[in-house]
Design a protein around this ligand. Structure first.
Ligand code: IPD
Ligand code: CA
Ligand code: CA
Ligand code: CA
Length: 264
């Protein structure tokens, strides 16, 4: 399906940022790295990529607002639209030369996410979605996995790092999920975790404590690939709570059930 003009703007911004990330990835030891908090790093690569995305998006749509991980919130004058931007999702991977990271951009219109781009420049994988128009990996239409039995399923998750989140809860959840499934993966980039659910690589994925820039694009990707997304209460409040569970219909339901049991 031909991309709309707005999706083309987002693709242009993400691929340009991706090229900058790949250049910096080759020189990772020379990057200036600082710590926003314990275990929470930011580098010149994040900032450069964010500036590229911000400038491309603002050039095309000067009145839209922005919610950016590094630059914070810029209110738009149009009041209807805003972008959610994670210039480098997977910073810790990036800084350790692990090639699992991406740029994630979502467009919110009147409170709804309507377009999404996630780009992993190392694998040259471009994930795109528009509300009602499906999700794609490069030119291939995406569909969530069809597995229905927990013992066949590969499940992604995110684990809290030093200074963040509830480590006891994470271990308890793993204790409930691990014995039931084929495998659990912690890949270190929430946007890609969701894109991989959309692509049918992961049957389901869950994580707590995320921000809109981590998940806004990925949530639309999963929905447009025919998947289900909710918070841990089964509600459509992922952007408010920061908690996400995503998967095909049965995977979503069964993993949600396991997580509820873990929290009982
Ligand atoms: C992080 C990644 C990670 C998730 C963290 C996020 P960042 O984003 O998505 O997988 O577990 O909660 O903060 O900082 O690399 O953009
Ligand atoms: Ca970060
Ligand atoms: Ca992120
Ligand atoms: Ca980031």
């Amino acid at each position: 399906m031909a991309r709309t003009a707005i999706l083309n703007v987002m693709v242009q911004a993400a691929t340009k940022a991706g090229r900058s990330l790949v250049r910096d990835f080759g020189e990772v030891e020379n990057l200036q790295v600082s710590r926003k908090g314990p275990g929470d790093f930011v580098s010149a690569a994040d900032r450069k990529a964010e500036e590229i995305v911000r400038s491309e998006l603002t050039k095309a749509r000067p009145t839209y607002g922005l919610v950016m991980e590094e630059g914070g919130v810029i209110e738009g004058t149009d009041g209807q639209h805003r972008w959610h931007v994670d210039p480098l999702d997977g910073t810790t991977n990036f800084l350790h030369s692990v090639p699992i990271f991406a740029t994630s951009i979502a467009l919110e219109r009147q409170g709804q996410i309507v377009a999404a781009v996630i780009y992993n420049p190392v694998m040259d994988e471009l994930y795109t979605a528009e509300r009602g128009r499906g999700a794609y990996l490069n030119d291939r239409r995406l569909r969530v996995a069809g597995r229905t039995e927990l013992p066949d399923m590969l499940i992604g998750t995110g684990l809290p790092f030093i200074g963040k989140g509830d480590h006891g809860r994470a271990l308890k959840e793993l204790r409930f999920v691990m014995p039931e499934v084929a495998g659990v993966r912690r890949c270190g980039a929430a946007a890609l975790d969701l894109a991989w659910v959309a692509a049918g690589r992961f049957d389901a994925y869950w994580e707590h404590g995320l921000n809109s820039w981590d998940i806004a694009a990925g949530l639309l990707m999963v929905k447009e690939a025919g998947g289900y997304v909710s918070d841990m209460a089964g509600k459509d409040r992922m952007l408010e709570t920061g908690d996400v569970i995503a998967g095909n219909e049965t995977a979503h339901k069964q993993v949600l059930e396991l997580l509820k049991r873990a929290s009982a």
